[in-house]
Design a protein around this ligand. Structure first.
Ligand SMILES: C[S@@+](CC[C@H](N)C(=O)[O-])C[C@H]1O[C@@H](n2cnc3c(N)ncnc32)[C@H](O)[C@@H]1O
Length: 249
């Protein structure tokens, strides 16, 4: 089995998700946030929307270094286009592409709240000059934190469950870890359990998807909790994407 930290040793220049709409339903004002995401777009979104404290927790050891670079490029860029070109130049040797829409509009611009207008871009600069992020390296399956949060964002990590556990004990492994993550949430806290690419209403009925986390009926049964929700958003790759969340009551 390929080791997790080797699998995720390249930073994502920009998120490959519709961050703006997937996180758009959560209130971030004065909230404490823990998020994965080496692109830092989930963290930037949280800060942009008023989060008080943001901890970036990611298995990739280069995230803090990438943050210094991305922040510098953002602060130095005259506008969004220039920022995008700088990042593109910086990442030309990585294997992760940055996506552009066929109509010529940058996908990255419409899927990130801080890039949706020049005004937003300027606001992000001001925020990054005033606020800092905290960084921790580690796997979400080996977290050992006393601290609790109002928002926890796991991006689409759970689609890679096959990397860390065998087919047989997926349910058990998932439930054990969920119980641990649940304890890290404050009351009324929200956990973005998984960003589901290409997931629509009709997929709710499918229970034989090869990716474990897409089998939502199994997930409901395995976790045995209420307050699991799914909502649908315009997909990053043009189809519909889903967002699976848990709210602690
Ligand atoms: C699953 S990847 C995919 C990219 C994602 N769709 C995005 O747009 O940000 C998301 C992030 O999760 C991190 N990651 C993957 N597995 C992890 C784990 N077990 N614990 C912590 N971070 C992890 C990766 O390093 C990467 O930064």
């Amino acid at each position: 089995m390929r080791k997790m930290d080797q699998f995720f040793d390249i930073v994502y220049p920009f998120a490959t998700e519709n961050v703006k709409d997937s996180l758009g339903n959560f209130d971030f004002k004065n909230q404490s946030v823990l998020t994965v995401g080496s692109s830092l777009d989930q963290a930037f979104h949280s800060l942009f929307c008023g989060a008080e404290e943001v901890v970036v927790y990611d298995i990739n050891t280069h995230v803090k270094e990438y943050y210094e670079c991305k922040k510098k490029m953002l602060l130095e860029a005259k506008n969004r286009q220039e920022f995008y070109e700088k990042i593109k130049g910086f990442t030309q040797y990585t294997s992760i592409p940055i996506y552009q829409k066929l109509d010529g509009k940058y996908r990255t611009f419409s899927s990130n709240i801080y890039l949706e207008s020049e005004e937003a871009f300027e606001k992000m600069k001001e925020i990054l000059q005033k606020h800092s992020l905290e960084f921790q390296t580690g796997s979400i399956y080996k977290m050992n934190m006393e601290k609790t949060f109002d928002r926890i964002i796991f991006s689409n990590i759970l689609t890679y469950l096959w990397l860390v556990t065998s087919k047989e004990n997926k349910k058990e492994f998932f439930k054990r870890n969920f119980d641990k993550w649940e304890k890290m949430l404050n009351k009324d806290g929200i956990l973005e359990l998984c960003y589901l690419y290409h997931f629509e209403r009709q997929d709710l009925l499918i229970d034989e998807h090869k990716t474990f986390i897409y089998n939502l009926r199994t997930i409901y049964k395995t976790l045995g909790v209420s307050n699991l929700d799914i909502f649908f958003i315009p997909g990053f790759f043009d189809e519909t994407d889903g967002v699976l969340t848990y709210t602690k009551k």
